[in-house]
Ligand binder design. Structure first.
Ligand SMILES: Cc1cc2nc3c(=O)[nH]c(=O)nc-3n(C[C@H](O)[C@H](O)[C@H](O)COP(=O)(O)O)c2cc1C
Length: 231
């Protein structure tokens, strides 16, 4: 496997709803089937950093994920300095991929997101996508459902951050990068070490880096007939 192309900010494709797919077609290393998608199970090239602009482009694409009421109840911590990587590796029970990856994202969900929903939806009203009365209705509905309901708030952090994580992984793979999801970490220690507030829940960690030869491809999945049910 040769070196994949250097990822570039896919600005030209941002108007497309699945811009990472378009980006993948133009920039990805050819992999004939989905099982060739490189995953980060072997050490990645530790000497190839990603620029802050590329990291921001990945987060921009990740935030195209849907969330209930468009709450956007997420936060991304891009761990890419040697010092921060070392801090995270210690909390990941020494897993080396955290140090080798160009960047590791701590993807958090945020509690009490209904409190900022009006603000989160303001651009939709400004763009004329939603009438202000509809925005107000959604804020009232979300507040009724979420205020005082910590279980629902937590469930929603898991859904939103997981969807954002998968979207980020697809975006990175579209740039020819390999990715790995992780949850084998001391999450309480991580919250302290990275200054998360009580409202910020670390949901999942995603490593992103350049694949090296020998990297595991995606593993086979159960046959579809075992997991699908038509109703
Ligand atoms: C929630 C979650 C937690 C995971 N935690 C770890 C982990 O701590 N360390 C690790 O090496 N892989 C971890 N993985 C990776 C899984 O082992 C991997 O997704 C699974 O084996 C399928 O691999 P594939 O998609 O590369 O074929 C995790 C994946 C998920 C979705």
């Amino acid at each position: 496997m040769g070196k994949p192309p250097r990822p570039s900010r896919p600005t030209a494709f941002f108007t497309l709803s699945f811009s990472y797919t378009v980006h993948a077609k133009r920039h990805a290393q050819p992999h004939p089937a989905s099982h060739r998608i490189p995953r980060l199970h072997q050490p990645h090239d530790p000497d190839r950093p990603l620029s802050d602009a590329t990291i921001e482009a990945l987060v921009d694409l990740a935030t195209r994920a849907p969330s209930a009421f468009n709450l956007q109840n997420w936060k991304f911590i891009a761990v890419r300095s040697p010092e921060a990587k070392a801090r995270l590796q210690a909390l990941a029970y020494g897993q080396k991929k955290v140090a080798d990856a160009s960047v590791t994202f701590i993807i958090c969900g945020t509690l009490a997101a209904h409190e900022q929903l009006g603000q989160a939806l303001a651009p939709s009203a400004q763009a004329g996508i939603m009438a202000q009365s509809v925005v107000d209705g959604w804020v009232a509905q979300a507040t009724r459902a979420h205020a005082g309901n910590l279980q629902l708030q937590r469930d929603e952090t898991m859904r939103s951050a997981s969807l954002a994580a998968m979207t980020l992984m697809l975006a990175a793979q579209g740039m020819g990068l390999a990715t790995g999801a992780m949850i084998g970490l001391d999450l309480e220690g991580l919250s302290r070490a990275f200054g998360l507030t009580e409202r910020e829940i670390p949901v999942i960690v995603v490593t992103v880096g350049y694949p090296l030869p020998g990297n595991w491809p995606q593993k086979p999945r159960k046959p579809v007939h075992e997991v699908v049910e038509f109703a």
